[in-house]
Design a protein around this ligand. Structure first.
Ligand SMILES: Cc1cc2nc3c(=O)[nH]c(=O)nc-3n(C[C@H](O)[C@H](O)[C@H](O)COP(=O)(O)OP(=O)(O)OC[C@H]3O[C@@H](n4cnc5c(N)ncnc54)[C@H](O)[C@@H]3O)c2cc1C
Ligand code: SF4
Length: 527
C-alpha cells in the first residue's frame, strides 16, 4: 500500500507560488502529501528587492533582456495587465490591501447557483485574514486626509476607512519574534511606513507568502523549485489522469533551457491568470484534450481606472505610509484607493500623459494638446517635478459592474483578447475622471494617466481574474465548485483564474479564502 501511495516522485505538484499555490502547498503538506511547488520567478530575500523602481532589472520581469524582477507587464488588445512573479507570486509586488468584497460578488457570475458562497466562505475569509496577518492600517497621511476630505465633500465620509493590510505593525524598524504562528513563523520587523511595498519590502514588515503559507509548508516538507517554468503536463496511463501525470519544466532564467520532468499523482494549477490560462489553452490542444471548451472564457477585471495625481506643492510628501492606506466606497458599486510608491520610485513618470477622456485617439490627443497650450507652465512643472513618487498619489478606482473578455491562443502560440459578454473594459470611466479632478484640486495636483489609455484607449489592471471559472459541468465551466478540473482526476485550479464573478475590490483575500475552501475538500493522504 505504501509503495502504491508513493509510486510517483510527488503526490502533488503545484504550478506557481502565488496566493492559490501557497495555500495549496501548506494545506496539502498538512494532509500528509509530498508536495513540490514549481515557480517561474526568483527567490527574493529582504535585501534583494530593488531600492526603487528605477532599478529595472530587479523590478520588471522581462527575461528576454535578462530582467528577473517581481513585476510583469502584459499587453493585450483590450487590456494592459500588471502581475507578480517570484516565490510568493503577486504578494511580492502587491500593495497588501485585503478588502472584503461586497455581497454582489457572492450572488452573481458563473458560480452564483453552485453554493451559498457568502455563508460557506465566511470561516475561510477569517482564516485568510489570520494567515496573511491582516491588520488595520494605523497611519494616515496627506493623500489619505485628502481622500477623507473628498469623502466629506461628496457626502460619503462614513464610507471612508483605513485599509486592512498584510503588514506587521510592530515597533517601526524593530525586529520581533514571530507574532502570528505561535513561534513557528519567521521573525518580523515593524513597518516603517516607507511606501515601498510595490517594489518589494526591504524591511521585513510585509507579510508576503514566503513569510506565512510557504514558510510553514516548507517546515512540513514541501519543496519549492524556483526559476523553473512548467510547459507540459501529460497523463500517465489512463487518459483521465487517474494514473498520475508527468510534469515537464525548464529553467526560466538560464541560457540553457534543459528540459526536465517529474511524476506526480495530482496537479494544482496556480500560475495566476497569465500562467494558468495560457497553459490550459495550450494543453487542451495537445496533452489534455478533455479540458472544457470554456478555458479562456470569463476573464474579468475590476473595471479599474488608474489616475496619477501629481502635485507641484513641495511642502506635500505623498510617499509616506503603506502602499494603499485607505479606501472610500464612493457608491454601492465603486471604490477609490490612494496608492503610493516610496520616495525616489519615479519610473512611471516616463509613461504618463495628461488625463484625457474622449471617443477616439484624435479627440484625446487634441485635448492633451489643448491642455498643454492653455497651461504650459503647469504641465511643465508637473512633468519636471523633483521627486515623482513624493509628489504623486495614484488613484485606483474599481467597480463591481461586470463584463467579461475571452483569451484565446493564436496559431503561433501568442495570446489574444476578445470581448465575451457586455462591453469591453474602458479606460474612460466618467466617475473616475470626476473624482480624480476633485481630488487633484484638494492636493493642488494635476491628473495624469498611463500613456496607453489616452493613446489607444486601452485600460490597465493589476487585478486580472477568471479564464478557468466554475460551472455545474464542463459545458459551463472549467472547474467544479470544489476547484476540481472537469475531465481529469486529482487536478485542481486554485488561483485568480477560478474567480467566477467580479469582486469589485482587490482580490487576493478572496483568492486565499476560496483556495482554503477548495483545499479543505481534498481528503487527507491515505483516506
Ligand atoms: C502592482 C500590483 C499591486 C497589487 N495590489 C494588490 C492589493 O493591494 N491587494 C490585492 O488583493 N491584490 C493586489 N494585486 C493583485 C494580486 O497580486 C493578484 O490578484 C494575486 O497575486 C493573484 O494571485 P494568484 O494566486 O492568482 O497567483 P499569482 O500571485 O499571480 O502567482 C502566480 C505565480 O505563478 C507563477 N507561474 C506562472 N506560470 C507558471 C508556470 N508555467 N510555471 C511555473 N510558475 C508559473 C508566476 O511566476 C507567479 O509567481 C496587485 C497586483 C499588482 C501587480
Ligand atoms: S511601507 Fe515600507 S516597511 Fe511598511 S510594509 Fe511597505 S515596504 Fe515594508
Amino acid at each position: 500500500m505504501e509503495q502504491e501511495n508513493n509510486k510517483h516522485d510527488y503526490d502533488y505538484i503545484i504550478i506557481g507560488s502565488g496566493f492559490g499555490g501557497s495555500v495549496s502547498a501548506l494545506r496539502l503538506a498538512e494532509k500528509g502529501y509530498r508536495v513540490l511547488v514549481i515557480e517561474k520567478g526568483k527567490w527574493y530575500r529582504q535585501h534583494d528587492f530593488a531600492r526603487s523602481n528605477w532599478e529595472l532589472p530587479k523590478f520588471f520581469w522581462l527575461p528576454a533582456i535578462r530582467f528577473f524582477g517581481i513585476m510583469k507587464m502584459t499587453f493585450f488588445r483590450h487590456i494592459t495587465i500588471l502581475s507578480g512573479v517570484g516565490v510568493g507570486g503577486g504578494s511580492l509586488v502587491y500593495a497588501n490591501t485585503l478588502p472584503m468584497p461586497p455581497d454582489e460578488f457572492f450572488t452573481t457570475g458563473n458560480w452564483k447557483e453552485l453554493a451559498d458562497w457568502k455563508e460557506e466562505l465566511r470561516p475561510h475569509y477569517e482564516t485568510a485574514y489570520h494567515m496573511l496577518g491582516a491588520a488595520r492600517n494605523p497611519f494616515l497621511d496627506t493623500g489619505d486626509h485628502a481622500l477623507q476630505q473628498l469623502a466629506r465633500e461628496i457626502g460619503r465620509e462614513e464610507h471612508f476607512e483605513p485599509t486592512k493590510v498584510a503588514v506587521f505593525f510592530g515597533e517601526p524598524g524593530k525586529a520581533a519574534p514571530d507574532p502570528y504562528f505561535g513561534g513557528k513563523g519567521p521573525e518580523r520587523t515593524g513597518c516603517t511606513f516607507c511606501g515601498g511595498c510595490m517594489t518589494g519590502c526591504r524591511h521585513n514588515a510585509k507579510n508576503t507568502l514566503d513569510k506565512n503559507y510557504l514558510h510553514l509548508a516548507q517546515q512540513l516538507g514541501a519543496e519549492i523549485k524556483a526559476e523553473s517554468e512548467v510547459f507540459d503536463i501529460r497523463p500517465l496511463g489512463p487518459a483521465d489522469g487517474s494514473g498520475g501525470y508527468s510534469v515537464h519544466f525548464r529553467s526560466s532564467t538560464s541560457f540553457f533551457k534543459r528540459k526536465q520532468s517529474l511524476t506526480t499523482r495530482g496537479v494544482v494549477f496556480a500560475g495566476g491568470v497569465l500562467g494558468t490560462v495560457p497553459l490550459l489553452l495550450k494543453l487542451k490542444r495537445s496533452s489534455l484534450p478533455r479540458l472544457s471548451d470554456r478555458v479562456g472564457y470569463g476573464i474579468r477585471t475590476n473595471n479599474e481606472s488608474l489616475i496619477a495625481v501629481t502635485t507641484t506643492d513641495r511642502s506635500k510628501d505623498l510617499s509616506k505610509g503603506v502602499a494603499i492606506s485607505s479606501i472610500l466606497h464612493t457608491d454601492r458599486y465603486s471604490h477609490l484607493e490612494p496608492v503610493r510608491y516610496s520616495a525616489g520610485s519615479g519610473f512611471w513618470r516616463l509613461l504618463m500623459l495628461p488625463m484625457a477622456h474622449g471617443p477616439n485617439t484624435f479627440a484625446r490627443l487634441g485635448k492633451i494638446a489643448l491642455d498643454w497650450l492653455s497651461r504650459p507652465l503647469a504641465n511643465l512643472k508637473v512633468a519636471l517635478v523633483d521627486d515623482w513618487a513624493k509628489r504623486t498619489q495614484t488613484l485606483l478606482f474599481m467597480q463591481t459592474l461586470d463584463s467579461t473578455l475571452r483569451f484565446t491562443r493564436d496559431p503561433l502560440g501568442g495570446m489574444r483578447s476578445r470581448v465575451d459578454q457586455g462591453k469591453a473594459p474602458s479606460a474612460f470611466i466618467p466617475e473616475a475622471e470626476s473624482l480624480a479632478t476633485h481630488y487633484g484640486k484638494l492636493l493642488d495636483g494635476k491628473p495624469n494617466s498611463f500613456a496607453l489609455e489616452p493613446l489607444f484607449g486601452i485600460p490597465s489592471t493589476a487585478h486580472i481574474l477568471g479564464g478557468a471559472v466554475m460551472g455545474k459541468d464542463a459545458s459551463e465551466g472549467v472547474i467544479d465548485k470544489d476547484n476540481r478540473v472537469f475531465g481529469y482526476e486529482n487536478m485542481l485550479a486554485c488561483d485568480g483564474s477560478m474567480i467566477s464573478a467580479n469582486p469589485g475590490v482587490n482580490p487576493s483575500l478572496s483568492i486565499t479564502a476560496i483556495s482554503e475552501r477548495a483545499m479543505g475538500k481534498v481528503p487527507a493522504k491515505g483516506r
